[in-house]
Design a protein around this ligand. Structure first.
Ligand code: HEM
Length: 503
């Protein structure tokens, strides 16, 4: 038989079709087996009754004021339980021993699928990305927040905190007001300066659009995560949320790109000697540009997403936790007096220096206690890339694991009088018998917060500068603070305080 070219082509096509068919069948079979395994495993766990197709999704389709109540009440199913969000299995855990296993396991370093809803705003930056690119970028960015760098940043922490305290002058003896806009704008100026390397003028009324979207973005992301019918792209793209997302994306990306362009021009001008600066190039964006120009390890898009990720991760959190801490100090005047006495002792009337930071021990306990009661990330999720063995069971590959610090931080199993604000519980002698992972406001392990030192330092200076100058009072008590969540934990009624000058 003569083998013609067309015969040959036919044979190749048939072979290709067979190979693709075999590969497809293998993929489908593996997927089916994985699903059967997940379903069988889920049957062994306690959890709320499920509906066909949507599972428990309706329980989460609630308002942001109800989300934490829903999650807290689900935790009554025990330290490990299951929830189905449509086709996705979530195993929720609240035991610190299980946190330790998950947070230190290389098979649990992938962020859950829902983090992809953050991508329109922060791309695949450190918070939302996973895999080898994430590991490389983390290795590059983490050392950029070292002590030597923080020594340069402290000047900006002080400068903007003092501006904030001066702005509060106009609120003295005027009655109740919300302190969050003051601390949030102060934190924004600090982060603009130290992360982007550009003058922070939010407290002077600058960057209004950016600030609006920096906050609104979390509400949009949270809504999509919680409402399972908004997950498919073909539905979401028809909604008002997508239209809003586009506007926010343009503002955020436009702002970040122009900051990068300015800094790149500055970088080249300094290289050419056309510009002279007496300041070290330590702001995160400046460090990153120098690194990328030398190594070409990130493209422009990655650089943009990483820098905005660090900006928002630092700004939203430090402003919010400072407001919570001031609210709590307003409700606990004895604690506030102790903080002020320590500040008088350690700092006097000077600026807070690097050497003074570790000496502000009581203030640190106040910040930790605030983070215990109001962990900014009330829950974090990992997707397992392999089986992981806990004490009680083996979690199967492919399931999502939700850790719930909001519940663990308030559990009577690990904390005495958990609903009370008692900073002294963080004294070394009172912490000895506590499991290390019972307090995880910054997460832990390979995906822990890279800005922990920056955060504690900047918050000590924001809170310390305000408390030195003003006596704060707040009505109500811990029990009366109503909470909502839009990724972060927030107070429904704001952070209402009154201030008078300290004598
Ligand atoms: C009170 C302040 C802060 C709190 C409570 C906090 C908390 C957290 C938590 C819980 C995570 C893990 C989130 C998850 O697994 O989904 C995280 C990650 C992260 N944080 Fe923070 N953070 C704070 C401040 C900061 C600051 C000041 C920066 C930067 C200067 C920063 C940068 C980051 C980054 C880049 C990640 C992602 C790390 C990774 O996955 O590799 N954070 N933070």
């Amino acid at each position: 038989m003569v083998l013609t070219i067309s015969n040959c082509k036919d044979m190749i096509s048939v072979t290709l079709i067979i190979l693709i068919g075999v590969w497809l069948a293998k993929v489908i079979l593996e997927w089916r087996n994985r699903r059967i395994r997940l379903i069988e495993f889920s049957k062994k766990l306690p959890g709320p009754p499920t509906l066909p197709l949507i599972g428990n999704a309706l329980a989460f389709a609630c308002s942001s004021t109800e989300t934490l109540n829903v999650v807290t009440s689900l935790c009554n199913y025990g330290p490990i339980f299951r929830v189905w969000m449509g086709p996705k299995l979530f195993v929720a855990i609240t035991d610190p021993r299980d946190y330790e296993v998950i947070l230190t396991s290389p098979k649990a370093s992938h962020k859950g699928a829902f983090y992809r809803f953050m991508k329109p705003f922060i791309g695949e930056g450190l918070v939302s990305g996973s895999g080898p690119t994430h590991r490389t970028h983390r290795k590059i960015i983490m050392p950029m927040l070292n002590v030597r760098v923080l020594e340069v940043f402290i000047q900006y922490f002080n400068e903007h905190s003092k501006y904030c305290a001066n702005q509060l002058e106009e609120m003295v003896d005027t009655g109740e007001f919300d302190i969050l806009p003051f601390t949030a704008h102060c934190a924004a100026d600090i982060t603009l300066e130290t992360v982007m390397g550009i003058p922070g003028t939010v407290q002077r009324g600058g960057y209004k659009q950016l600030m609006h979207w920096a906050e609104r973005m979390y509400e949009v992301i949270h809504t999509r995560i919680m409402k399972v019918w908004l997950h498919p792209e073909w539905i979401y793209s028809w909604t008002e949320y997508r239209a809003q997302e586009k506007i926010g994306q343009n503002v955020i990306q436009g702002f970040t790109e122009s900051a990068i362009e300015r800094k790149k021009k500055e970088h080249y001008a300094l290289e050419r000697g056309a510009l002279i600066s007496n300041r070290p190039r330590t702001m995160i964006l400046e460090q990153l540009i120098t690194y990328v120009e030398n190594t070409h390890v990130m493209n422009d898009e990655e650089l943009r997403d990483e820098i905005y990720t660090v900006f928002t991760a630092a700004q939203d959190t430090t402003g919010l936790v400072s407001a919570f801490a001031l609210l709590l100090l307003g409700m606990h005047s004895d604690t506030q007096d102790k903080v002020r006495a320590e500040l008088k002792d350690v700092v006097g009337t000077k600026d807070i220096t690097m050497e003074m930071i570790p000496e502000l021990k009581y203030l640190e306990m106040v910040i930790k206690e605030t983070l215990r009661l109001f962990p900014i990330a009330p829950m974090f999720v990992r997707e397992l890339t392999g089986d992981v063995e806990l004490e009680s069971c083996t979690l199967p590959k492919g399931c999502s694991v939700a850790m719930v610090p909001f519940v663990t931080h308030r559990s009577p199993k690990y904390w005495m009088e958990p609903e009370k604000f008692i900073p002294e519980r963080f004294l070394p002698e009172n912490s000895q018998n506590r499991h290390h992972y019972s307090f995880v406001p910054f997460s832990a392990g390979t995906r822990s917060c890279i800005g922990q030192k920056y955060a504690i330092m900047s918050m000590k200076i924001i809170i310390g500068t305000i408390v030195r100058k003003y006596q704060i009072t707040a009505k109500g008590s811990m029990e009366t603070i109503r909470l909502k969540t839009d990724i972060s934990v927030r107070s429904v009624d704001g952070y209402k305080v009154s201030i008078t000058r300290t004598t």
